[in-house]
Design a protein around this ligand. Structure first.
Ligand code: COA
Length: 188
């Protein structure tokens, strides 16, 4: 029996409930995938929820982002990672607190990369608590390899023809290349 297989059979570390991992995922990166994989072992079901941050203009549509998340989640086990069979990508409109309630989730998972994330995340956690005091936010430290990573950085590198291996899964890299060709085609 492989180490990964054994790990998948262990009971969740925290509880059998539903956790929710929200973000823009424009696009999903290996940093997000690291959090998804670790959080999925802590709960019965993990909803990876694409929400809307009004401050951000996205490169990918919600459908494209959902598609990339589905690809990455379903291929993770096949590529030697833990099976993510309890992980479900979804999209929501409106408030995260309302969506979490509708899904029966009591725990929001967020990744923290550096101290600079803290202030914003602290505010979000308190606002979500204000909106629904049964909601708890837990923070996971991003793997040190990905502390410098963000979706914006990935897009910037892709738009300028830089190397993306080690930052995003291969299928996301391919989508980025295609998207950029499309965008360039449209601007000619
Ligand atoms: N690895 C790599 N990157 C990471 C990361 C990790 N582990 N953790 C965070 N990031 C990056 C993301 O890629 C993102 O990068 P970007 O700014 O370049 O796009 C950045 O950190 C912020 O990510 P996140 O904290 O997930 O925020 P978000 O803006 O992507 O998503 C929502 C925020 C959608 C969850 C939030 O706006 C929301 O809940 N909206 C619904 C409305 C609501 O309820 N608002 C709150 C109450 S007012």
């Amino acid at each position: 029996m492989s180490g990964n297989h054994h790990e998948n059979e262990r009971a969740p570390m925290i509880n059998n409930g539903v956790f929710i991992y929200p973000g823009s995922f424009d696009p999903v990166t290996l940093g997000h995938l690291d959090i998804i994989s670790r959080a999925s072992g802590m709960c019965g079901r993990l909803m990876v929820a694409i929400g809307r941050n009004r401050e951000k203009k996205t490169m990918f549509s919600v459908e494209e982002r959902l598609d990339m998340l589905s690809d990455v989640i379903s291929s993770h086990g096949k590529k030697g990672g833990r099976s993510l069979s309890n992980v479900e990508p979804v999209a929501f409109n409106g408030l995260l607190a309302d969506f979490a309630k509708n899904c029966g989730a009591h725990v929001i998972v967020k990744g923290l990369r550096a101290m600079s994330d803290f202030e914003y995340e602290f505010q979000m956690a308190l606002l979500n608590k204000y909106l629904d005091d049964t909601l708890e936010t837990i923070f996971m430290m991003t793997n040190v390899e990905y502390t410098y990573l963000s979706s914006s950085a990935v897009k910037e590198i892709a738009l300028n023809g830089g190397r993306l291996d080690g930052l995003v899964p291969q299928c996301v890299n391919e989508r980025l290349q295609r998207k950029i060709l499309n965008l360039r085609g449209m601007n000619q």
